[in-house]
Design a protein around this ligand. Sequence first.
Ligand code: FES
Length: 317
Amino acid sequence: MSSEGSAVSSRLAVVTARQDAGLNICLLTLQAEDGAPLPPATPGAHIDVHLPDGRSRQYSLLSSAPYRIAIKALRDGRGASQWLYDNLAVDDLVRISAPRNNFSLREGATDTVLLAGGIGVTALLCMYDTLSAIGRTVSLHYWARSQEETFLHAELSGKEGIHIHSCGGRATSMAAVMAGHGPAADLYCCGPERMLTEFAILTRDRDPQRVHIERFEADSTGAFPQTDHGFTVKLARTGTTIAVSKNQSILEALIQAGINLEYSCEEGLCGACEARVIEGDPLHRDSVRTPLEHNKRRTIMLCVSRVRSSDTLVLDL
Ligand code: FES
């Protein structure tokens, strides 16, 4: 299956500015091709950026009016970000999705700690700006390999509440940072997988509602249970029944059956293919939602979810 993604809610945008923002990092400003306002976004939101060859990648919005995103070359290791970094220039057109937010900010929290690794800082800067603007207590800890690899180093290093670590000196550990914040703190983390794994371990005993993770790479730690059997999906709105073989995703089976769906990453990362479950016992394997969120929302990501014990999933489609 191609990774073209549905263009249901996509639109053309024009690159109106490009700025060097660190080693192999560029900061792009995007506006609608026709000059109309782009859909508003909340802190933590991302957009999909579609490449001409059908691939797409997710990028956090640093601001939503206008949209600003940062692209780090080689970030995803699959060449998509490298291509965008090498090719997008001012006045170029690019297809983007509407914003989607799987990493919502609790603006009412009394203490918010933002923990960023590498380019993951771009998912957190909008939160920092929002909370600072309304006078909330917020700190942003940003681990970067070196000063030259730090995103907007000169701009960020002077800001109150922003702590950049590992720029030549002895790095403060994430554990040390978190030890300074009690159980009432809301913690947000976005960074490389090793950092997210450490964050998950360090927050094991905290209230899950105060612990928030954003991934831009599929979780490869093997934590997701595997299944190797086919099953059936029933679409409640039409009564259609569709077989899902052991070698295909629900998303693939539905698209093959002619169902028009929105999707993008096909890796359980972006949230585009989320669908509500009416009946059945889903097995979640995405990185978008926590088990707690899944239980509350009764949704699955069609691109990676399977069934656990039932043979049929009834979906609100
Ligand atoms: S297409 Fe991205 S989560 Fe399914």
